[in-house]
Design a protein around this ligand. Structure first.
Ligand SMILES: *[C@@H]1O[C@H](CO)[C@@H](O)[C@H](O)[C@H]1NC(C)=O
Ligand SMILES: *[C@@H]1O[C@H](CO)[C@@H](O)[C@H](O)[C@H]1NC(C)=O
Ligand SMILES: *[C@@H]1O[C@H](CO)[C@@H](O)[C@H](O)[C@H]1NC(C)=O
Ligand SMILES: *[C@@H]1O[C@H](CO)[C@@H](O)[C@H](O)[C@H]1NC(C)=O
Ligand SMILES: *[C@@H]1O[C@H](CO)[C@@H](O)[C@H](O)[C@H]1NC(C)=O
Ligand SMILES: *[C@@H]1O[C@H](CO)[C@@H](O)[C@H](O)[C@H]1NC(C)=O
Ligand SMILES: *[C@@H]1O[C@H](CO)[C@@H](O)[C@H](O)[C@H]1NC(C)=O
Ligand SMILES: *[C@@H]1O[C@H](CO)[C@@H](O)[C@H](O)[C@H]1NC(C)=O
Ligand SMILES: *[C@@H]1O[C@H](CO)[C@@H](O)[C@H](O)[C@H]1NC(C)=O
Ligand SMILES: *[C@@H]1O[C@H](CO)[C@@H](O)[C@H](O)[C@H]1NC(C)=O
Length: 380
């Protein structure tokens, strides 16, 4: 059984296809799909994209529309509380961020064989692109990756891969972890500008313009997708860990280690608004995955769980291997920490400052390499 496009739209589609074929003769084909992705040593990574549902919906429907396999990753991408139920309703026209795997080849990045959409009666490639996925892709892009030569002919029940734009490129600039970033497809709101968006996400405006090939900052259009390279947090998770590299984007959290650990990446205002160090702790009220019970999350002989600080001592998450959760335990000379904690003793702020004391002075800004050797003046 076949479904065809409505006559009215096929006239304009014909016009669009004519323009498109004319343009495609001018545009390098590899830039037609996805965002630029050329610099990467790894060809896959995690990405984010905005979505504005056309109708009132629920989180579980959004998850299934985008093939999100780990519901917690949807919660984390939006900083929704861990206890948010999947039946939670979500209003039409609100923006939600979707996490998805990205794959790069031939100079561009697109979602890695997700989402898959099953064609229903009355669908056309254009209505799927425009109404269901609210213009995150064009019908030409869907046709291209699915090898559909005549976009007016699709089968009911046919599975279509929807190629969401993304990238795994490193981006020089203000990012902390070896220029690694999480690329986020940001839907431009009406009246927004490059400067505003750059400011909102803490990114250099020139970097943002260059990455998106914008020469005139006033040329932004509502509904346009911008490649926004979000800063990721530094962590002590090392190469041996099964979740390496744990790249958690600024303004999000992620669950890791069988969902036993929750790691947030947010600027810590207690030391500086640009100190971006992952803050991990045992996840509360989450059923472990692939394991009956969470492994020990305590720094040995310290009485401290991951995420806890006491005076100038810090217990941190350092990865997991073979059902064992690794920890990193550090302490500082009281003189240094007392300077920072002065006036805050006993408060919640004090422990945050202690954590940041560790983050700011105890660790190199980089991939978990200590800034000071074993005999550091800062370490006891
Ligand atoms: C890769 O891009 C080149 C042009 O840049 C194009 O000729 C070629 O068909 C593309 N290959 C694939 C597999 O998409
Ligand atoms: C590729 O990497 C180089 C050097 O790290 C950088 O200057 C350039 O901007 C990067 N290009 C893209 C598109 O990421
Ligand atoms: C969503 O926005 C569109 C366009 O702005 C509008 O036509 C529609 O009524 C809105 N839908 C809801 C449910 O608010
Ligand atoms: C949104 O609701 C309208 C009216 O009920 C319906 O025609 C349309 O198919 C819905 N769109 C999606 C993507 O479900
Ligand atoms: C489309 O065709 C290319 C080349 O024949 C093939 O490599 C690719 O797997 C096909 N894609 C799909 C989704 O069938
Ligand atoms: C992190 O994101 C916040 C807003 O979500 C932004 O204000 C801040 O500048 C960003 N910081 C960095 C270092 O990217
Ligand atoms: C659970 O195991 C499956 C299959 O080995 C794996 O794909 C998945 O990533 C695991 N999930 C977690 C949270 O470790
Ligand atoms: C950090 O905050 C100060 C004011 O407290 C502000 O002047 C500065 O621009 C901020 N830096 C960043 C990168 O947001
Ligand atoms: C993980 O466990 C398996 C089986 O118990 C063992 O063979 C392997 O060496 C372990 N790997 C590490 C890195 O400890
Ligand atoms: C830490 O304290 C030592 C001695 O008490 C001092 O020499 C050093 O400058 C301090 N470091 C910082 C970062 O405050």
């Amino acid at each position: 059984m076949r479904t065809t496009m409505e006559t009215r739209s096929s006239t304009s589609l014909l016009l669009i296809s004519l323009i498109f074929s004319f343009l495609s003769a001018l545009i390098v084909p590899s830039t037609a799909l996805g965002f630029t992705c050329i610099n990467t040593t790894t060809t896959s990574c995690e990405s984010l994209i905005d979505y504005i549902p056309p109708n009132d919906t629920t989180l579980v429907s959004i998850s299934s529309l985008f093939g999100v396999t780990n519901f917690y990753s949807l919660l984390g991408a939006n900083l929704f509380s861990l206890s948010t139920p999947s039946s939670q309703s979500f209003a039409a026209n609100d923006t939600i961020r979707i996490p998805f795997p990205c794959s790069c080849s031939n100079g561009s990045g697109i979602s890695d064989k997700v989402p898959m959409y099953t064609v229903k009666s009355g669908d056309s490639l254009d209505s799927i692109a425009t109404n269901v996925y609210s213009r995150l892709v064009t019908y030409q892009e869907i046709a291209q990756v699915n090898n559909i030569s005549d976009p007016s002919l699709i089968d009911i029940g046919q599975n279509l891969w929807i190629p969401l734009p993304c990238s795994c490129d490193k981006v020089n600039g203000n990012s902390i972890v070896e220029n690694q970033v999480v690329h986020y497809g940001h839907l431009v709101a009406k009246g927004s500008s490059v400067d505003q968006i750059a400011m909102e996400y803490g990114i250099d405006a020139n970097t943002l313009s260059e990455l998106n090939g914008i020469s005139n900052a006033n040329q932004l259009q509502a509904g346009q997708l911008l490649d926004v390279p979000l800063t990721v947090c530094d962590s002590v998770v090392g190469k041996g860990s099964e979740d390496y590299p744990l790249l958690v984007a600024n303004g999000t959290y992620a669950l890791t280690a069988y969902n036993c650990i929750q790691c947030k990446c947010q600027p810590n205002i207690y030391i500086s608004n640009i100190t971006m160090v992952l803050q991990c702790e045992p996840s509360q009220g989450v059923k472990p995955s692939n394991i009956s019970q969470c492994p020990s999350m305590e720094c040995s002989n310290s009485g401290l769980l991951i995420g806890q600080t006491s005076n100038c001592k810090v217990c941190d998450y350092a990865g997991y291997v073979n059902t064992t959760i690794l920890t990193s335990y550090d302490s500082f000379s009281t003189s240094n920490c007392s300077v920072l904690v002065k006036g805050l003793a006993g408060s919640a702020e004090a422990s945050k400052v202690a954590t940041m004391c560790f983050s700011a002075f105890g660790r190199e800004i980089g991939f978990g390499i200590p800034r000071f050797g074993g005999g550091s003046a800062l370490r006891q």
